[in-house]
Design a binder for this molecule. Structure first.
Ligand SMILES: Nc1ncnc2c1ncn2[C@@H]1O[C@H](COP(=O)(O)OP(=O)(O)OP(=O)(O)O)[C@@H](O)[C@H]1O
Length: 250
């Protein structure tokens, strides 16, 4: 099975300081990777570096591709959720097809699939600027899905969504992975990550400190060292239950 994305010693500096420090991993079809780490750990910078949106050292396989093929290989959902124009939500979703040159036969089908997956049928004709924050977030996820790129890189995709919408997004990601794609998503909700990701990569000060199954990564020791929390995790047959309990003082 060939990897959909490979990073080798990816390093991104801000000034002299590396905020992403020699990160290497490969993303295989079928994976839903949760990128974890406290605020400032380097998750956004890593995703932007991997996409070739920031100057970097080391190598990302995406940057071997010219902008058009790169966008057809990887879609990006940025952390910023602002929609500036009062265009219908479905037209925002359609922007995901830009990577394919526009006006192609498959475009409308891809747009319809994305709208259906994100449950946007009742919102599709509303001006996107008049939607709530969570509704706009779902429209922007649909835009990324409409791109139908194998790799979906999503920066805090569940931020601002209600619990049902959070689960729905993770289930959409699971479907994307089952269909042969892969997802790399930064997540602050460790319970959601434990339950829905096939693999977790934990960052601390720009370095990968754990990479494995949720059970391998969400250990008491890693949570204490990297997140400075005590937590309760139960690995139940019907999925893990996670609750952060307290902050460990320095
Ligand atoms: N434009 C910038 N100039 C200088 N430093 C920056 C810049 N952008 C980010 N940084 C620094 O790089 C580090 C990593 O930031 P990044 O946004 O990647 O973290 P993150 O893990 O995504 O955090 P969060 O969970 O808060 O979104 C932080 O220390 C941040 O202050």
């Amino acid at each position: 099975m060939s990897a959909l994305l490979t990073l080798n010693d990816l390093t991104v500096r801000r000034g002299e300081c590396p905020v992403v420090d020699r990160v290497s991993f490969a993303v295989q079809p079928g994976e839903i990777i949760g990128l974890l780490g406290p605020n400032g750990a380097g998750k956004t910078t890593l995703m932007r570096g991997a996409l070739g949106l920031l100057a970097h050292e080391g190598h990302s396989s995406l940057t071997d591709l010219a902008p058009g093929p790169r966008a057809r290989q990887a879609a990006f959902l940025p952390q910023e959720r602002e929609i500036a124009w009062p265009m219908p939500a479905e037209d925002v979703v359609a922007l995901g097809r830009m990577a394919h040159g526009g006006n192609r036969a498959g475009d409308q089908a891809a747009i319809e699939r994305a709208i259906e997956r994100m449950g946007l049928e009742v919102l599709r004709h509303r001006p996107a600027t008049q939607l709530s924050g969570g509704e706009q977030a779902r429209v922007l996820i649909a835009r990324a899905l409409a791109q139908e790129s194998p790799v979906l890189i999503a920066d805090e995709p569940t931020a601002g969504l209600d619990p049902a919408a959070q689960i729905a997004v993770m289930e959409v990601f699971a479907r994307h992975a089952q269909e042969g794609g892969a997802v790399v998503a930064s997540l602050h909700d460790l319970g959601l990550a434990a339950r829905h990701c096939t693999r977790l990569i934990m960052l601390e000060r720009g370095r990968v400190v754990a990479d494995g199954t949720p059970q391998e990564v969400l250990t008491d020791a890693n949570l204490a060292r990297v997140f400075r929390i005590r937590a309760h995790i139960e690995w139940r047959a019907d999925g893990p239950i996670f609750q952060a309990l307290s902050v460990i003082s320095p």
